[in-house]
Design a protein around this ligand. Sequence first.
Ligand code: PLP
Length: 302
Amino acid sequence: MTDMSRGAAYLNGEFMPLAEARIPVTHWGYRRSDVTYDVVGVRDGAFFRLEDHLRRFRASMTRLRMAPPESDDRIRAILHRVVALSGLRDAYVAMDCLRASPAPGAPRHPAYAPSYLMCYAVPWVWVASPEMIDRGMHLMIPKVRRIPPESFDPRVKNFHWGDLTEGQFEALDAGADFAVLLDGAGNVTEGPGFNVFCVIGGVVATPATGALDGITRASVMELCAELGLPLELRDIPAEEFRAADEIFGCTTAGGIMPAARIDGRRMNNDAPGPVSTALKDLFWKKRATGWHATPVDYAAAG
Ligand code: PLP
């Protein structure tokens, strides 16, 4: 059997090693970032919140008027199969829906470009390294602002990363790990691949709008309820964020990621704060006991 431990993919109805999955460079998924995607994590042989990711992926496709031939049941089965083919117990599992290009002679309009599905599983990827998460991320607020929701809905997971990428170069120049971008009104939105929270006087807060409705963010909300922590969904102005007692990010590929610095200011003696740490520890403790877990059907490889 072919070794797919470095990645297994599904494209055009077929399963293959990831290195063999190719899309035409003329497709609008590539040339116009006309694509939506989702990423679900597999740890210890089980998906985390698989149904939530499938639901969000379908909502994103519908919002972009994309309708690949595969049903949600079929996509679920494909995700099991790519992980099973890879044999990975810890995997980063992507589902992308791309628009092709209109057939020759058809109008140059996206309505004439069919959409199609591409899925893959690769070894687990960390947004922030485990060492960075342990010491606390160094965050900064860059000059570049997040694309306004009026221009592209950030709740549709997308590849319009020009702003986030520029933010990362500003972070590099400032000696920070990650940028957290503001919206046009000066309120905090999100970082490159993660949602953000802050803790002020024991109250946990996260932006109500302007960011992806992260699935890890939803998990953090559940954990806040479990720990009896008050939680607010609201606008968070930059000044308030810069002065917060604690800040943390969260994402599928990293879980809960405490920060130790914001714009050079050291929080909690330059270390992760107690609330962030309690949430992070509870998150992984519950994950280890099967919280929101769906075991991968490894027999699907056969
Ligand atoms: N915000 C952005 C821009 C992202 O790309 C991601 C994940 O990749 C997140 C937030 C976190 O979302 P989730 O917790 O669903 O992985």
